[in-house]
Design a protein around this ligand. Structure first.
Ligand code: C2O
Ligand code: CU
Ligand code: CU
Length: 523
């Protein structure tokens, strides 16, 4: 397989080398200023609710172009929701009726998908809900799920990766009676802090470098680490207990979150809301699309003490060839510094060293395998360049494209598949009966040694097993995205309560855009 991939890459390099629109290969990393911990963490604002009623909310979102100075002297062209980069937080109460008016002010189509929300299929914002340039889309839905940290981002056909990379992503926070009554930090911006983790690669002129290298089709990785849109920021800690709502909003990076002094922290929530109990952890893997709410105990630190939020090194089995030589591309699995916490005890009344969390956070009703009506199997495939399936893999995809319009994307089409099929919006891959409980068995058959985070729209699921073993305690929660390692089989269970067409896909956005996505309908 290795040699086949090598041949493939050489061929595609030949073809792409005549494309003069490629930005210079020089990356900013060598010339850039030292930005480590120079920016203070920005806190995304909570979006204003235009509806006066307590049980209804109305929001206005504008998808727009922007400019950001990530570096002192350079400007980057970006996209954002209601601003230059990323978006405001949409915050609602469970049970409320929500309407969002989304105006697309870009020159290209986009969509807005409410990742993790169980909404009717017409409101889901998948690739079938394209919003044309200058058009407005106004989905409305009832929030039927528990408190949690969800998010929204584009799902534009073949463009999700690029549009998210330019800056389109925002948090969607749901509160409920339980989350409001618990003794956990909930003062937004003070002790309840969102952390959107992303990596980016910049060209020398400050512009984003998106997929200038063939290998980026395997997943776009950069060498600059952004939290809430600034490079390696710092945050001043003024309370003993801080809750962080961590979203991995990166295209392809998987983080192994930890504190630099190896201290324990507590995970209190996963993708779909609170865990039953706080789970003490020293590190936490978070793949693209996943969220975790954690509480850090800062009571033991002294005034002015500093702690770094890191991503620890982990084993990466990827069989990549050119990885070492790509400037500005830090492969997955490397030790990284993300941001810094600076403890401020002076002039705060937090000199007491107290820390506590409730023992019980919520009750999660476990879905039972015996109640399921079906076991459905999914295979995540990458590569497999053999003659047998050449007919639906890249080499033969050229039918509809002439040689000179063939882009990097076309070349890679067919590299990433589910059940050996490339995404086709007009094909329904799976049909599920409304209100059925089903077990889905997802097997990562990667030939390139790649992990694939599997995401399902329209439902929250539970993990039954990883390679027939019980999942870890912090995965015994509602989830919508699950990391599936090479050769691993993850068994999930869900109840399908919304009718219509939905997507399931790999949340490595380049894989999704290249076809690692399928359509299911609930009838
Ligand atoms: Cu967060 Cu279908 O995506
Ligand atoms: Cu989603
Ligand atoms: Cu993938």
């Amino acid at each position: 397989m290795k040699s086949l991939k090598f041949i493939f890459i050489s061929l595609s390099l030949l073809i792409s080398s005549c494309d003069s629109s490629k930005p210079s290969l020089t990356n900013i990393s060598k010339t850039s200023e030292n930005l480590f911990f120079k920016n203070s963490l920005s806190i995304p604002p909570i979006l204003e609710d235009k509806d006066e009623s307590d049980t209804k909310d109305e929001f206005n979102l504008s998808i727009q172009k922007g400019k950001v100075k990530f570096f002192n002297s350079l400007e980057t062209n970006t996209y954002g929701y209601n601003g230059n980069f990323l978006g405001p937080v949409i915050r609602v109460k469970s049970g409320n009726e929500v309407k969002i008016n989304v105006k697309n002010n870009l020159d290209e189509d986009s969509t807005v998908h409410w990742h993790g929300l169980e909404v009717p299929s017409e409101m889901d914002g998948g690739p079938n809900h394209s919003i044309k340039s200058n058009a407005t889309w106004s989905p409305s839905f009832k929030i039927s799920q528990q408190a949690g940290t969800y998010w929204f981002h584009p799902h534009t056909f073949e463009k999700t990766g690029e549009q998210v990379y330019k800056g389109l992503a925002g948090l969607f926070i749901v509160d409920d009676k339980n989350s409001e009554s618990l003794d956990i930090p909930k003062n937004y911006g003070v002790n309840d802090i969102p952390l959107i983790l992303q990596d980016r690669r910049f060209n020398k002129d400050g512009s984003f470098d998106y997929k200038s290298q063939m290998i980026d089709n395997d997943g776009m990785l950069g060498d600059k680490f952004l939290v809430n849109g600034s490079i390696n920021p710092y945050f001043e800690v003024k309370e003993n207990r801080i809750r962080f709502r961590v979203l991995n909003g990166s295209n392809a990076r998987i983080y192994k979150i930890a504190l630099s002094d190896n201290s324990e922290f507590y995970q209190i929530a996963s993708d779909g809301g609170l865990l039953e109990k706080p789970i003490p952890l020293k590190s936490l893997m978070l793949a693209s699309g996943e969220r975790a709410e954690i509480v850090v105990d800062f009571s033991k630190y002294k005034d002015k003490e500093e702690v770094i939020l890191k991503s620890l090194a982990y084993e990466n089995k990827e069989k990549t060839i050119t990885s070492e030589s790509i400037e500005g591309r830090i492969e997955n699995g490397k030790d990284l510094d993300l941001m810094k916490f600076i403890v401020k005890k002076e002039n705060t009344d937090l000199k007491s060293n107290t820390f506590s969390l409730p023992n019980d956070l919520t009750k999660i009703e476990r879905l039972q395998e015996k109640d399921s009506s079906k076991v459905r199997k999914f295979e995540l495939n990458d590569m497999a360049m053999n003659m047998g399936n050449m007919s639906n893999t890249p080499m033969n995809m050229s039918g509809s494209h002439s040689m000179h319009t063939m882009s990097t994307n076309n070349m890679y089409n067919g590299m990433f598949r589910i059940n050996n099929k490339v995404f086709d919006l007009s094909r329904v891959d799976e049909s599920v009966k409304l209100n059925d409980i089903e077990v889905w068995e997802i097997t990562n058959k990667s030939q390139m040694g790649m992990p694939h985070p599997f995401h399902v729209h329209g439902v929250q699921f539970q993990i039954l097993a990883r390679n027939s073993k019980e999942p870890n305690l912090n995965e015994k929660a509602w989830k919508d995205t699950v990391l599936v390692q090479p050769d691993e089989t993850v068994k999930i269970i869900a109840k399908f309560k919304n009718k219509g067409m939905f997507m399931y896909h790999c949340h490595t956005l380049e894989h999704e855009d290249l076809g690692m996505m399928g359509v299911f309908e609930v009838l």
